[in-house]
Write a protein that binds this ligand. Structure first.
Ligand code: NAD
Length: 373
């Protein structure tokens, strides 16, 4: 098979979907690799490094010609892959709910689109999970972004001139990003607390040395639920959560919000009145800003100030660590395709459990049940 690696065209996207390491591994499976010139530049990978690994480096049209599998970080503009052959696979982060028109266009073009973010959360797919690999580094970067905007220090410091007190950091939403944010803030010496709607996270928060802040009066989500994801909470829960958060948040220096609900707008966790209750110079980082935002007034792509509090709303946080996030993204794609490699065919053959979960389009139609309801 021929595998094409595209140069990302979305604004601000610095990642790339293959690295010299994964190029070599694909070639080891018998694949032929074609990388679009400049694809790795923003992730610190030169064209020559791909060539040295055994790939052909060429312009987009030649890379796409006869490609059986097209790799991307984000979904390409359908028009930009119009020359791809019918039946070619496109494996990338396709943002199926947000870019629905694009999915329809892939179907019309005969592309078999595979959305990597629909990877089921089962043990054998963990190494293929782009949401986990990218969220992990986002959680880390969110803490550094907060530290960068904060006019004070994170650790307690005892100096000859006097003592600087430790920053109080509150993490809202303890999934993959939130857990890494807790760990990173702890390493920087902050006093960390965290909350989530899933009761299973309480123990994880404690094990990282942070303090759990939980609504106890109304039932949250017990156990791991469907694939470990959260659902929308009742009005009663939201009210209890808002009250609990209000008293806690007024005492925090840094708040990092990561709460997402798949296929739904992000839950609103922090109101303007709560922001006003924080001490001047505090920082809030809204990692959910592109999904509607957890924080009232947060603006995607901007750092704004409200009531003396900075609200950080960077877009595409994984792209801010493009070298490392690309390396992990590329391995996710390799782990996925290689797991299904059929030696006789010299090509991957998907099984139903994973194939049906991630396949959006096939035979000219949108086929994914999550997009058909
Ligand atoms: P996510 O990005 O969908 O959401 C982030 C967090 O926000 C979640 O913990 C969620 O419970 C929380 N949240 C949602 N609404 C909230 C609200 N109103 N208030 C506070 N918090 C709220 O989550 P994620 O990072 O993808 O992780 C979700 C779960 O899936 C975790 O338990 C994770 O360990 C698990 N997981 C499993 C696998 C696997 O088994 N293959 C892979 C990755 C993640």
């Amino acid at each position: 098979v021929k595998i094409a690696v595209l140069r990302e065209q979305a604004e601000g996207e610095r990642r790339v979907s293959a690295t010299p390491e994964t190029v070599k591994k694909f070639i080891g499976l018998g694949a032929e690799l074609a990388v679009e010139a400049g694809a790795g530049a923003t992730a610190s990978i030169a064209d020559q490094a791909y060539a040295d690994a055994g790939a052909t480096v060429a312009d987009r049209a030649s890379v796409l010609a006869d490609a059986d599998i097209i790799l991307g970080v984000q979904g390409p503009e359908p028009a930009s892959i119009a020359s791809a052959k019918s039946g070619a696979w496109l494996a990338a982060g396709l943002n199926p709910f947000g870019e629905r028109a694009r999915v329809d266009a892939y179907a019309a073009a005969g592309i078999e689109a595979l959305a990597m973010e629909f990877m089921p959360r089962i043990t054998r797919a963990q190494s293929m999970d782009i949401l986990s690999s990218q969220s992990n580094l986002s959680g880390y970067k969110a803490v550094l972004d907060a530290a960068g905007e904060y006019g004070r220090a994170f650790p307690m410091m005892m100096t000859a001139a006097g003592t600087v007190s430790a920053a109080r950091v509150f993490i809202m939403g303890v999934g993959v990003a939130g857990l890494q944010a807790i760990a990173t803030a702890r390493r920087l010496g902050a006093q960390v607390s965290a909350t989530d709607v899933r009761s299973a996270t309480k123990e994880q928060i404690l094990s990282l040395g942070a303090k759990p802040i939980f609504v106890e009066s109304v039932k949250g989500i017990e156990g791991e639920g469907s694939g470990g994801y959260a659902t929308e909470m009742s009005e009663e829960y939201q009210k209890a959560q808002a009250e609990l958060v209000s008293s806690h948040i007024a005492k925090q220096d840094i708040v990092i919000t990561t709460a997402l609900i798949p296929g739904r707008p992000a839950p609103r966790l922090i109101s303007d009145a709560q922001i006003a209750s924080m001490r001047s110079g505090s920082v809030i980082v809204d990692l959910a800003v592109e999904s509607g935002g957890n924080v009232e007034g947060a603006v995607a792509g901007e750092v704004i100030e409200r009531h003396g509090v900075k609200i950080v709303g960077h877009r595409n946080v994984p792209s801010r660590l493009a070298a490392d996030t690309s390396a992990l993204f590329a391995r996710n794609l390799f782990n996925f395709l290689s797991a299904f490699w059929d030696k006789d065919k010299g090509a991957p053959v998907l099984d139903a459990e994973i194939g049906d979960a991630i396949r959006l389009t096939q035979g000219g139609k949108v086929v994914n049940p999550r997009l058909l309801t």
